[in-house]
Each structure stands twice: as structure tokens, then as C-alpha cells.
Ligand binder design. Structure first.
Ligand code: GLP
Length: 242
């Protein structure tokens, strides 16, 4: 695992965008893994800038999302697929249909996990997976105690996660879905390069447990210690307990 400590999220965005740029220049038809949450936003902004000003192209690339709510109708603004459309897709040049989330397959929720795993495999696997980290060490919706060997599956959202996310649903927990579909920790381990970002003091303990703690489902991000090519990009606050 390599750990890169930077001063600002913008500097982190440049470091990560460099990895995307190198990959897309080498392999225009690369397969990208996209994350939601506030953490990857500076990276998406930097990628949009490079597309606009430097001609970085995504036109032959494909992408898979990490996770999705179950039960929100297509087009609902809080669907993670809509988030990616608003924050990245509409600012660059992905081909129509090139971005797929676990909720986009024509499959019943319980079949969607295996179908999504097949779709990723059929695309040749994920070349570059970007990840945020929850303050409790979660990756995607793999909350503490998720199996380190897990694959894409339906999970029940904890009350804490639904409370945390209620701010995106007019503060009303009743509107927050009760279930999600998420790539598993083993799915994430299959990516050829995993880049995890963390900013701010609130992530410092989770970053320490992920990087230096024992491998444990108590801190799901510690599974990255098993990844043959994992890069952790953190600001000084998030690196504060290393
Ligand atoms: C959600 C997402 C995760 C994300 C986490 C942290 O739970 N499912 O993929 O990493 O939030 O969010 P933020 O980046 O806003 O801190």
C-alpha cells in the first residue's frame, strides 16, 4: 500500500487525475470504478477541467459505480447514478450507456449482485477504482462487520447510515431507502488499482485503522492491505494519526 500525504483536496485531485490521465492515454478503453460521496468531487472537477482544457477523453472508456440505493425510481436526484451524471458524466464525453450502476441492470434486486459481478467481469475487470472512506472505516456500503470476502449484494442500511443520509432527503429518514446494492470488499480487491481518498480530521482514525491497524472487518477499509496495488491519498488532517 502506498500512502501519499498532500496539503489540500485539490492537490489530491491532481495526483489522482494524473493516474486517470496516464491510464486513459495508455488504454483509452479502460474500465473505471466510480464512487459517490463528497470525497471524490475534487477529482471529478479536475477530470472535467482536463477534458475541457487538455482534451482528456473518456469516449472509449466504461465505468461501474460502487453502490446504489434500492427502490429509488430512475431519475430520482439522490440515486447515485444521477449523482455521477451530474458531477462527472455531463462534463466529459462518455459514450451513452458506458456508465453502469448496480441498480441499472434488468434484474430483481436479489439477482442484481451476481449480474453486476458478471458485467464487471465481462468488461475485463476494473482498471482504476476510486474510493472514499467512511468515518467508521466503511467502503462503499460495506459497513463494519461486512465480510472481507463479500461480493456485490443487497444490504440493509443501518439506522445510523439512514440518519446520516436523511439530510439529502429533506431531513426525513422515512424517505431514505432501507436497502442498497453495493460492490463487496472482494469485488473492490479485484480492481487492478484501488485509490482511496480521505480528507479531514473526521477520517483520521479510519485512515489509521485502514493503513496500520490489523486486518479486520471492524474496519472494512483495512481490506486494502490485501490489495496488490492500493494507493491512499490523504490530506494532513486525515493523515494525523498515522
Ligand atoms: C457513503 C458512500 C461511500 C462514501 C461515504 C463517505 O456511505 N456509500 O461510498 O465513501 O459515504 O462519504 P463522504 O465522501 O461524503 O465523506
Amino acid at each position: 500500500m502506498e500512502v501519499v500525504v498532500v496539503e489540500t483536496p485539490e492537490e489530491a485531485a491532481r495526483v489522482v487525475a494524473d493516474a486517470y490521465t496516464a491510464l486513459l492515454r495508455r488504454t483509452p478503453a479502460a474500465v473505471l470504478g466510480l464512487a459517490t460521496g463528497s470525497t471524490p468531487l475534487p477529482v471529478y472537477r479536475e477530470l472535467a477541467r482536463r477534458h475541457r482544457e487538455e482534451g482528456l477523453s473518456f469516449s472509449a472508456a466504461r465505468a461501474f459505480l460502487l453502490d446504489e440505493y434500492v427502490g429509488l425510481p430512475p431519475g430520482h436526484p439522490e440515486r447515485y447514478r444521477e449523482f455521477i451524471r451530474a458531477e462527472l458524466e455531463r462534463h466529459v464525453d462518455f459514450a451513452p450507456g458506458a456508465i453502469v450502476g448496480p441498480g441499472d441492470l434488468d434484474a430483481a434486486p436479489l439477482d442484481a449482485g451476481p449480474a453486476y459481478e458478471r458485467a464487471i467481469r465481462d468488461a475485463g475487470g476494473i482498471d482504476l477504482q476510486i474510493l472514499g472512506i467512511g468515518s467508521d472505516g466503511h467502503l462503499a456500503f460495506n459497513m463494519p462487520m461486512s465480510s472481507l470476502a463479500s461480493r456485490t449484494r443487497v444490504k440493509t442500511l443501518t439506522t445510523r447510515t439512514r440518519q446520516d443520509n436523511a439530510r439529502f432527503f429533506a431531513g426525513d429518514i422515512e424517505q431514505v431507502p432501507t436497502h442498497c446494492l453495493t460492490q463487496g470488499l472482494a469485488t473492490i480487491l479485484d480492481s487492478r488499482h484501488a485509490v482511496m481518498l480521505g480528507f479531514g480530521r473526521g477520517k483520521a482514525q479510519a485512515v489509521r485503522e485502514a493503513v496500520e491497524g490489523p486486518l479486520s472487518s471492524r474496519w472494512p477499509a483495512s481490506v486494502l492491505q490485501l490489495h496488490p496495488h492500493a494507493t491512499v491519498v490523504v490530506d494532513e488532517d486525515a493523515a494525523g494519526q498515522l
